[in-house]
Every structure is written in structure tokens, then in C-alpha cells.
Design a binder for this molecule. Structure first.
Ligand code: SF4
Ligand code: SF4
Length: 102
């Protein structure tokens, strides 16, 4: 591997293109991932409220109610906040963290 010279590196702390964070897949360096068990989900949306990376997908059902619809893994960093706050059903969590298999 050839190392880059200092003048070839991207300058730190500078946003060269506005609005490009969507393209930066922060999920690449995740060590754990949340796994959703929909059978234990009560659709409280605590996970959606607490997720710092907007990685919880939600959809509206035919009655207009918002419901949990899974996880968008491109930007999920595996922090585990969603699983920590998930109440689940009767003590059985709907979100649990599992080791990421690369
Ligand atoms: S916090 Fe848990 S129970 Fe609530 S919507 Fe998310 S996955 Fe479902
Ligand atoms: S692990 Fe963290 S980043 Fe990923 S969905 Fe849960 S709260 Fe969001």
C-alpha cells in the first residue's frame, strides 16, 4: 500500500459539497447491529425517537397510524440506543443487538 502525502489528503473539517452526508455510509464501521423481531414489536416508536442517525424506518398504515418498518443499515452505527429503550412485548424486546458479521 502506498501512503498518500500530506498535500494529497482531503482537508479535515471542511465540507466540500453541501448535503453529502447521505452518501457517507457510516454503517461500514459498525461492530454490532440491531435486529428487529416484529412479533415482539408494539410500534411505540421509541426506537425512532431515540435513534441518533435516523436509521429506523417507519410507514403509515391504512388508518394513518405510524408503524415501525425495520432498520436502514447504511447509516446505523450500532450504538444500541434503540435496543436499550425498546420495551418490546411482555418483557421480550423487539430489538436486540447482535455481533456484526463482515
Ligand atoms: S422501540 Fe421496540 S417495540 Fe417500540 S417500535 Fe421500536 S422495535 Fe417496536
Ligand atoms: S443501533 Fe443506534 S444508530 Fe442503529 S438504529 Fe439503533 S439507535 Fe439507530
Amino acid at each position: 500500500m502506498t501512503l498518500k502525502k500530506a498535500h494529497e489528503l482531503a482537508p479535515g473539517g471542511i465540507i466540500t459539497e453541501p448535503g453529502n452526508s447521505q452518501e457517507f455510509k457510516t454503517g461500514d464501521w459498525r461492530e454490532q447491529r440491531p435486529v428487529w423481531n416484529k412479533d415482539n414489536c408494539i410500534h411505540c416508536l421509541f426506537c425512532w425517537i431515540y435513534c441518533p442517525d435516523s436509521s429506523i424506518r417507519i410507514v403509515q398504515d391504512e388508518s394513518g397510524k405510524w408503524r415501525m418498518d425495520g432498520i436502514q443499515y447504511d447509516h446505523c452505527k450500532g450504538c444500541g440506543i434503540c435496543a436499550f429503550h425498546c420495551p418490546g412485548k411482555k418483557g421480550n424486546k423487539a430489538l436486540v443487538m447482535e455481533r456484526e458479521e463482515k
